[in-house]
Design a protein around this ligand. Structure first.
Ligand SMILES: Cc1ncc(COP(=O)(O)O)c(C=O)c1O
Length: 437
């Protein structure tokens, strides 16, 4: 029958998928906003029929594990970051674990040994810290700043002890850290820098992208982030020393770098001697690192490829939403502290952080917003050492964490994601004004 071949069936289904999206999703997305009734999320998926079509396309391929879409996404990210390698993983948390594990790998010449220290801010996300502990390393907590909510760069040097080997810095809420100071200290003290860019895709410092300063950088593609795959993450590897190690740790710790479905990429599959294995032991089953399986599925990558095309537009929209709130909240600076960023920073905002000044009850303000269906979030774990799961972990504190405690008490953020409409933003501002007046 004419037209009855796989490609034309596919095309028909894609057409139908677009129509389905328009009727089932787009109409809902455009539903009228009712102030106080409709929810204003702090973040969320922003997508159209293209993501759905890619997802169906990958289902038709039925490759399932990382395949052509994963390769395409990794290539796009390599180009975006102008980096040596970009590896997809199943979450930002996994990306962080791979990075820290790579620093402790026996294949890294200056590997971090159990008990070695990594400097990191006290205001943080839990899975930025847990990989340090999981690798028997010791986090050294440094206080943070109100305004940027990043590690206080001027306190890093004082935190360095004889066992301190690395700095692990998140760019909080998309606001780049002061990379002049951090990279200068790291260079002078021979410390490795790794970056958590999970919230900061597209942010830059002095014209250079966050994620390209350190040896490696992590990304998250959870729906709250700049682009999503549902779940997902990635590692930008800028430092040649970690390209093989990071891949190995992601892929069960194996020595072989054959892609799924491929054999003998190294042409030495049965010709090597590894560890105490018999000569010629199948390279496919040689494990040179203590690894995990953090690989992504092809369906996730397919969504990511469509999302990537929207990235610049998403970043711009986040910046515009941020600026709108900033301008309209300026008159209330006697009551709230507005966000601050470094002179050379061009943030790619994840949220709009607000610290209330003395005399303003943060709980009442949050309640006032939440009651109007405006979502708020605290700055992740706050001072991580106050969290039940972290109270007894081995750590060192440099100086004190007074500002971190203050941030935990008095700071929260609202969303700036591209799904916000003008009506929503004006309602958020009206609600703030109502309270702050
Ligand atoms: C700064 C930071 N690091 C790491 C993560 C973990 O990412 P994932 O949720 O993909 O595991 C997040 C998650 O939101 C984050 O905000």
């Amino acid at each position: 029958m004419k037209g009855n071949n796989p490609e034309s069936i596919k095309r028909d289904i894609f057409k139908k998928a677009k129509l389905y999206y328009q009727l089932a999703h787009e109409i809902k997305q455009k539903e009228d906003f009712t102030p106080g009734v409709s929810k204003i999320n702090y973040a969320g998926r922003v997508y159209d029929h293209r993501e759905i079509i890619n997802l169906i396309d990958s289902a038709f391929d039925f490759w399932l594990t990382a395949g052509r879409y994963a390769k395409e996404f990794e290539k796009k990210m390599c180009r975006f970051f102008k980096t040596k390698k970009f590896y997809l993983v199943n979450s930002g948390s996994s990306a962080n674990l791979v990075m820290v594990s790579a620093l402790a790998s026996s294949h890294f010449k200056n590997r971090l040994q159990p008990g070695d220290e990594i400097i990191t801010p006290s205001i943080t996300f839990p899975t930025t810290v847990t990989p340090i502990i999981q690798n028997q390393l010791v986090p050294v907590f440094v206080d943070c700043e109100i305004g940027t909510y990043n590690i206080d760069p001027n306190r890093i040097e004082d935190a360095i002890g004889p066992k301190t080997k690395a700095i692990f810095i998140p760019h909080t809420l998309g606001n780049p850290c002061n990379m002049d100071i951090i990279m200068d200290v790291a260079k002078r003290k021979s410390m490795i820098v790794i970056e958590d860019v999970c919230d900061a895709l597209g942010a830059s410092y002095d014209g250079k992208l966050a994620g390209t300063f350190g040896s490696m950088a992590s990304l998250s593609f959870f729906p709250a982030h700049h682009i999503t795959m549902g779940e997902g993450g990635g590692i930008a590897v800028n430092d040649q020393r970690f390209t093989k190690i990071a891949l190995s740790i992601r892929d069960w710790g194996r020595d072989c770098w054959c892609e799924p479905g491929k054999n003998d990429t190294c042409s030495q599959r049965f010709n090597g001697r590894f560890g105490n294995l018999p000569f010629g032991y199948d390279h496919k089953y040689v494990y040179s690192n203590l690894g995990y399986n953090f690989k992504i599925t092809e369906m996730q990558a397919a969504i990511g490829v469509a999302q990537f095309e929207k990235l610049n537009q998403f970043i711009e929209s986040r910046r515009n939403n941020f600026n709108y709130y900033y301008e309209h909240l300026k008159p209330f600076q006697d009551k709230i502290v507005l966000p601050r960023w470094e002179k050379k920073a061009n943030p790619s905002w994840f949220g709009f952080p607000i610290t209330v000044k003395p005399g303003i009850n943060v709980h009442s303000l949050i309640k006032h917003l939440e009651e109007a269906k405006i979502e708020t979030r605290r700055i992740f774990a706050g001072n991580i050492l106050k969290q039940p799961g972290f109270m007894n972990v081995k750590h060192r504190i440099s100086g004190d964490l007074k500002i971190a405690d203050m941030i935990m008490e008095r700071t929260f953020f609202i969303g700036v994601y591209p799904g916000l409409t003008d009506k929503m933003k004006d309602f958020v501002l009206a609600r703030f004004k109502h309270f702050l007046k």
